[in-house]
Design a protein around this ligand. Structure first.
Ligand code: PHE
Length: 347
């Protein structure tokens, strides 16, 4: 470094050089080097301080004052640089381990109710509004309740309507319908009046196809009292159909046969897809089959502990999966138990 003879001039050179070099400092190592070079014990500035006694006495205050100013401004530059470097380092590390919080989150997929459960709940809600209580009876039944007490003794030809899963225990079967619950409720409540529905899973030993499954739900309905008529049955079912399918829906009762009801009928509702004109859903008939029903057979009333001379009742049984299939136009009943989320997600 060229040493200017005039110490004040020399101080200005020291200052300019130090501040210029400060501009190029990168990183902490360079900064500490800069500090040693420009503010260290053997730095030109410090040398000026130690040479102070050698300068003419009258110049000393001016030189000392200026040297101090420069020292302070270099120290200030050091603090500032240090700060700038720290910020840069922080910025760099933030950039490097960046977590992109602007990425939209992934929505957790909430579970939902199975379509059968949804329909079951809707049916239950409607009947609850109409004053029906919910009653549960067992899935594993006896031959006695499933058939005999329902007016189907052994070898009764009507047993063929229900292909049955037998267990290894004689007389113990899986219920083929919810109707055995009728006798269970009657035996528990007799001689009180009854107004209940019995929802639950039923099992049939049948080949699985698009139209029939070996397990499915049913909702049984039962009313027993002193003055219950077929008109009550029709009124109840009309009201149910309107609440379930729309207030203008028309219904039709067709004569049918069940061993445990007399007379028996099947209930059709006007096809809600075509409005009764005829379409693939109703197979051109304009009507959809919804449930089986009838007046409780005197033998069944008797088996339940009610005197058929005094009491009467009606019963009905419907399949919620069938109802769901019609309503949502599901073409294959097997979807219900396949548990394919692409199916389940649609409800
Ligand atoms: N249990 C009958 C069936 O499974 C339906 C039914 C119930 C019919 C009650 C009449 C009365 O097909």
């Amino acid at each position: 470094m060229e040493n200017h003879p005039d110490p004040l001039q020399r101080l200005e050179e020291i200052r300019t050089k130090a501040l210029a070099e400060a501009q190029t400092v990168q990183g902490e190592a360079e900064l500490s080097q800069w500090r040693v070079v420009h503010l260290g014990r053997s730095s030109p500035l410090m040398q000026i301080f130690s040479q102070l006694p050698q300068f003419p006495k009258e110049m000393r205050p001016a030189i000392g004052q200026r040297a101090n100013q420069i020292k302070q401004s270099l120290e200030a530059a050091l603090v500032e640089l240090n700060q700038t470097l720290k910020e840069a380092a922080l910025r760099h590390s933030l950039e490097a381990d960046r977590l992109d919080i602007t990425l939209p989150g992934r929505r957790p997929a909430p579970g939902r109710l199975h379509p059968s459960t949804q329909i079951l709940r809707e049916i239950t809600r409607i009947f609850a509004e109409m004053g029906f209580q919910v009653y549960n009876s067992p899935d594993v039944e006896t031959d006695e309740y499933n058939f005999e007490l329902l007016n189907m003794p052994a070898y009764h030809p009507a047993r063929d309507m229900w292909d049955t899963f037998y267990t290894t225990k004689p007389g113990v079967i899986l219920r083929t319908h919810t109707s055995p619950g009728q006798v269970r409720v009657m035996r528990e409540r007799s001689p009180e009046p009854i107004r209940v529905i019995l929802p639950g899973m039923c099992y049939r030993y049948e080949p699985v196809s698009a139209r029939s499954e070996m397990q499915f739900n049913q909702v049984e309905g039962l009313a027993v009292g002193r003055h219950i008529t077929f008109g009550d049955l029709k009124g109840t079912l009309t009201d149910f159909a309107r609440r379930m399918f729309g207030k203008d829906v028309r219904i039709r009762l067709r004569p049918s046969y069940f061993p445990f009801t007399e007379p028996s009928a099947e209930l059709d509702i006007e096809c809600f897809v075509c409005g009764g004109v005829g379409c693939p859903v109703c197979k051109g008939s304009g009507w959809l089959e919804i449930l089986g029903c009838g007046m409780v057979h005197p033998v069944v009333l008797q088996n339940g502990g009610y005197d058929p001379e005094v009491y009467s009742g009606y019963a009905f049984g419907m399949g919620p999966e069938r109802t769901a299939m019609l309503r949502y136009r599901i073409e294959d009943i097997r979807y219900f138990w396949e548990n394919d989320v692409r199916f389940l997600e649609q409800f």
